[in-house]
Write a protein of this length. Structure first.
Length: 123
């Protein structure tokens, strides 16, 4: 398990997930962009979900227990799409990212005639 530390918040993720999140988050922060990061809590921590506002003004620390990890470009693209949406960066598992993002997903995220996609839906 890896740990993301931001301000006083410590979040544990599988190392492979954290490696993908690190790439997306650093891309946003290098451009000076703030964003919302959301994740599902483990059952051991009470379940539910949590979010924190990520800003370039605060230090961020990524700690891995192993690695390096190969990068799944489809998963990375979906996380990047999420980070640029109105919902912010929502952590999704790699198993949910088997199809590449499409222009339709971008259109749905931009709200062009449709309601925004809910990343928390399980459908």
């Amino acid at each position: 398990m890896g740990t993301l530390t931001y301000d006083r918040v410590r979040i544990q993720f599988e190392d492979r997930t954290l490696a993908h999140l690190q790439i997306v988050m650093i891309q946003k922060l290098r451009r000076g962009e703030s964003f919302l990061l959301s994740w599902c809590n483990t059952a051991e921590s009470g379940g539910g979900r949590s979010s924190t506002w990520i800003s370039p003004a605060a230090p961020i620390y990524f700690e891995f227990s192993g690695g390096p990890y190969s990068i799944n470009q489809v998963w990375l693209a979906q996380l990047t799409l999420s980070a640029n949406s109105i919902h912010g960066l929502v952590t999704i598992g790699e198993h949910k990212s088997s199809t590449p993002p499409t222009d339709q997903a971008t259109t749905r995220e931009s709200g062009a005639g449709q309601s925004p996609v809910n990343p928390w839906s399980h459908s």
